[in-house]
Design a protein around this ligand. Sequence first.
Ligand code: ZN
Length: 258
Amino acid sequence: MTLRLYALTCGWLTLPEAALIEGGRSTPLRIPVPAYLIVHPKGTALFDSGLASICTAPSPARDAYLGELGAQVRVERADDDGIERRLETLDVDVARIDYVINSHLHFDHAGGNARASGARLVVQRREWEAAHDPDGIAAMAYKPVDYDQGHDRLLVDGEHDVFGDGSVTCIPTYGHTPGHQSLRVKSATGEIVLCGDACYLRETLETLRLPPGAAWDRAAMEEALRRLRAYQERGARIFFGHDPGFWDTLPKAPHALA
Ligand SMILES: [Zn+2]
């Protein structure tokens, strides 16, 4: 059985390094917004969907959408950074994607969900609930317009085997948000764990230095990082959520990673 995995660049965010790692500098760091496509014999899946198209050009609507985030983070999304455009380079129609597996529902991970109109969302139940809790929406980077698009949904609790053959598995990595999940992919070239925001940077995994404010539950996030380390120790390749140096080293679509 063959499975293919592709890395897609869906934009860039710029924010102080100190917002990404404890003890970081106040100087700005420009970080990628990744998404991934998995082509499996039983269907296609996205792991995260990038930024909403409203982020492309400055406008009052964009300002209203970003709200307070607009003052904290510089958001770059070129036309080519749209999930639909990235998939076009692979001759994949975004409207025909079977599953969108969201690591969590923050704006830089679920912004392209609307484009995948035929997909079933695969989200942790507790993430879905957090993203509909008015207090959570106010405190975190949730934009309900991104994910309240009437998709068919599969709300899962803990591990979930997406295609039923153990090749693509959601693994709970709660902490950054109440229901964050990472994705374990078993390919012909070995095991890969797509972290999402469970681990922003390579240095995060090495040092466990979490920035203030990056975690809904710091202890849970540290525990998740230790589990990611255990995957790494047994030979899995860890794909960090927003590491610009790591991202530079990855071949992007149309080149397959596995
Ligand atoms: Zn996040």
